[in-house]
Design a binder for this molecule. Sequence first.
Ligand code: RFL
Ligand code: PHB
Length: 398
Amino acid sequence: MKTTTQVGIIGAGPAGLLLALLLQRKGIASAVLEQRSREDIEATIKAGVLEHPTAELLRQLGVGARMDREGFVHEGIELAFGGRRHRIDLPELTGGKTITVYPQHEVIKDLVAAVLAAGISIEFGVTAVSLHDVTSATPSIRYEKDGAAHELRCDFIGGCDGFHGPSRQAIPQALRQEHLKAYPCGWFGILCEAPPSSDELIYAQSERGFVLLSTRSQTVQRMYFQCDPNDHVDNWSDDRIWAEFQARLANGDGWQVKEGRIFQKGIIAMRSFICETLRHGRLFLAGDSAHIVPPTGAKGLNLAAGDVVLLSRAITTYYRQDSEAGLDAYATQALKRIWRGEHFSWWMTQMLHDFEGEDSITRRFRRAQLDYVVSSRAAAMSLAENYVGLPFEGIESV
Ligand code: RFL
Ligand code: PHB
């Protein structure tokens, strides 16, 4: 079957769903193709931290009500090292800005409901997705659903299909400008039934490696510890996991992490990746399809949101003013924010993780950096400004 729309969007992650809603607000039609089921995308555990501008964007799009009711506004984070915890006061350092802890799969539920309510089609469970004629004025996306072949013809393709999707691959390798840094560690993530150990997120550096204590609710906690990226969850019994958290978080004041039943475990790879070729003809990449950050800065979803704000503006300018200027500028504008987020994520990662085989001077540099961040207002302000999120360009016109 052949169908037609203005913007064909591949991927119903935060990037794809936000793009569909942003375009709809400007009267531009789109259709979303997603390889997984609705139940699956609404249950996948990923991000937890929404930057100030991302939370504002969700409110502006009319999808912030549940986040405001059920999410948690945090006014600080703690950096723990050398047996002590140090608070970074976010509003005090940023002129009143905060972060919101609200899980990505809850954001996805809110976005899917809003997209469908707006009458935008989301085809779940599509297979064999391929992109065609992307450098012509009439690109198309072919896919299969329930054994039948389909073609979606459109003016533009939004490549919002994450790191492993087909959109980036549709740009010839020789034309893609890519940068990759793989870190020699992973994150072991758990969800557990326990009360919060702290009112705020704790990023802890120790000689045994990094720990992050995050939260999901008063009864469910999200925690991570740095691990070997090739390790396997089966090597980690619950007792061994708790012993590792306790050892890494040992401190002078008797404070201890609160333990509970672990009901989810997983290992996450850590890499920095940027494909600077965000445009190929009528195909535009946004979100994880174009860039990946290590999760230490909590930036991935937030960068995806920044991309699609710019992309929707560029596409709107095309239809309203018959001008390609916005489309031509998309990559340059988006890459500014992407590189900032990439650098911040790398900076947080190298400051908080110990890597095997490092020389002693690198370890001392790390400690000097941490000491500086918690003792200098200028350094703390820089961390806070990046952590709460730099403004989206053009958010006022969303
Ligand atoms: P997604 O979320 O990967 O969505 C892409 C969608 O495309 C679909 N897809 C296809 N659809 C059709 N056809 C195909 N051939 C397709 N191939 C793929 C996929 O099924 C999927 O539904 O990308 P998007 O939208 O760019 O969003 C990016 C974010 O998901 C990601 O950056 C964040 O989760 C990163 N991240 C965090 N970001 C934050 O801003 N704050 C955080 O606190 C934060 N914590 C995290 C994180 C990521 C983590 N993991 C698991 C990598 C914590 C973790 C543990
Ligand atoms: C999370 O809650 O999953 C989370 C929080 C902060 C990060 C990464 C992940 O930096």
